[in-house]
Design a protein around this ligand. Structure first.
Ligand SMILES: Cc1cc2nc3c(=O)[nH]c(=O)nc-3n(C[C@H](O)[C@H](O)[C@H](O)COP(=O)(O)OP(=O)(O)OC[C@H]3O[C@@H](n4cnc5c(N)ncnc54)[C@H](O)[C@@H]3O)c2cc1C
Length: 410
């Protein structure tokens, strides 16, 4: 049977993944993005084992593994007392931390190996039936299926998410050997819940062999102006007082513009589809990055959509395929949304009692079996079958020969 003609808005993480997965199944895919040349924006992120399994299915995993840094553990301490607050090991399947541009490069190169039409400079402002409408007043050709993968500012998605009170400043610096931080850990420090700072090893950027780290500094959503007014010197001093080992990372920031304020929001569509339209990734659901699932959710959505179209092939079955896509992702998305809403205020809020509960009750509980195993499954993205009735995921299995961050830095 002939494949469908599919137009995708957004050549980001979800859009690029969907384009490759759908092209492999014989669909005719056209991918639109607002940028003249596809380009990634952002800082570091963690592709969890489930996301890595999707990259492997696309043939993008080896390139991502070449660039990124394997993460085996997430560890956070209370800054003043040094008491552990968070300690989650990945077990046999590590996560992969990398810069958004590295993940983008892996997915973009994979898409370019397929027969996919890439149309840059096309800002989608809406849809007229089965056509995209663009900012310059023109429209696309008609497609059997439109896919909205245009992220958190989608013009097509009806999702109106709730802004979260805290965001974070993000930046990229060189990895510092000898500072005492483990190059395979996401390391964090907290002061109550109103300060959270972290260092995430992210491997290398495409075309640059120097290993990097993403650093982040939690701030109230409205606090960016006050942070700038305070000056970099005072900020670097505060960072060094809270976490002396990380000072060589934070001190590399020599201009406020090297840190970008990311604002977070929370919400999910009850129905991530409409007749002739599938919505995936941030356009369908958004949460704070506390559980590190944003990119993974977009990758899993893309695979679920591709498999749903396998189960219900052809145009007449499209409504069934879209419903199957939504069903498959409903509980994994709802579960991670609920857990993210529960966890985020413990680390990013003005609450005085939540951090006490976190440090004195929840952390000790989290060390008691079987909770360490459950937490490992939670961060790996495997708490629930991520594709529901649409089948199992392959094994993420980091390549045997993948260099560990420590080897690369040496
Ligand atoms: C700018 C930015 C920076 C981010 N940085 C981080 C980070 O550092 N760490 C982290 O964990 N997560 C980060 N995220 C979140 C994480 O990357 C997302 O959860 C994940 O990328 C979701 O994938 P997606 O495909 O839904 O959206 P995205 O990967 O954001 O892709 C959306 C794509 O749609 C395009 N687009 C948007 N609007 C239109 C339009 N109207 N018409 C055509 N094309 C359009 C964009 O150019 C982009 O290519 C960032 C997101 C964004 C948008």
């Amino acid at each position: 049977m002939d494949g469908l003609s599919i137009g995708i808005a957004g050549a980001g993480i979800g859009g690029l993944a969907a384009a490759s997965l759908l092209a492999d199944r014989g669909h005719r895919v056209t991918l639109f993005d607002q940028f003249e040349a596809p380009r990634p924006v952002g800082s570091g992120l963690v592709v969890q084992p489930v996301g890595l399994a999707v990259l492997r299915e696309i043939g993008a995993a080896d390139r991502a593994l070449d660039l990124g840094a394997l993460i085996t553990r997430m560890r956070g301490l209370e800054a003043h007392t040094g008491r552990p607050v968070l300690d989650v090991s990945y077990g046999r399947e590590p996560g992969l931390a990398l810069h958004r541009s590295a993940l983008f490069a892996a997915l973009h190169e994979a898409a370019c190996r397929r027969r996919i039409q890439l149309r840059p400079g096309a800002r989608v402002t809406g849809r007229d039936g089965q056509r995209f409408r663009f900012a310059d007043g023109t429209g696309s050709e008609e497609f059997d299926l439109l896919v909205d993968a245009s992220g958190a500012r989608s013009a097509l998605s009806p999702l109106r998410s709730r802004p979260l009170p805290y965001g974070a400043l993000w930046g990229v610096v060189d990895w510092v050997d000898g500072a005492g931080l483990d190059p395979s850990h996401l390391s964090q420090r907290y002061r109550r819940a109103d300060r959270m700072l972290g260092v995430l090893p992210i491997g290398c950027l495409p075309g640059d062999p120097v290993p990097k780290a993403a650093i982040f500094w939690s701030l109230p959503e409205s606090g960016h102006g006050a942070w700038r007014d305070r000056g970099l010197g005072a900020w670097a001093e505060e960072a060094a007082a809270l976490w002396p080992e990380a000072a060589p990372f934070f001190r590399q920031i020599d201009h406020p513009d090297r840190l970008t304020m990311a604002r977070y929001s929370h919400g999910a569509l009850r129905r991530p589809y409409a007749p002739g339209l599938a919505i995936l990734g941030d356009a369908a659901h958004r949460a704070s990055p506390q559980l590190g699932q944003g990119a993974n959710m977009a990758l899993l959505d893309a695979l679920a959509l591709a498999r749903a179209l396998d189960h219900f092939p052809g145009l007449p079955a499209l409504p069934d395929a879209l419903a199957a896509y939504a069903r498959a992702r409903r509980w994994p998305v709802r579960t991670y949304q609920a857990l993210s809403a529960a966890f985020t205020p413990q680390y990013q809020s003005d609450s005085r009692w939540l951090p006490v509960l976190r440090d004195r009750v929840l952390y000790p509980l989290s060390c008691m079996p079987p909770l360490p195993t459950i937490l490992s499954r939670l961060v790996a993205g495997r708490l629930l079958p991520p594709l529901g009735a649409l089948g199992a995921l392959g094994v993420a299995a980091a390549r045997e020969s993948a260099p560990l961050p420590r080897d690369r830095a040496a």
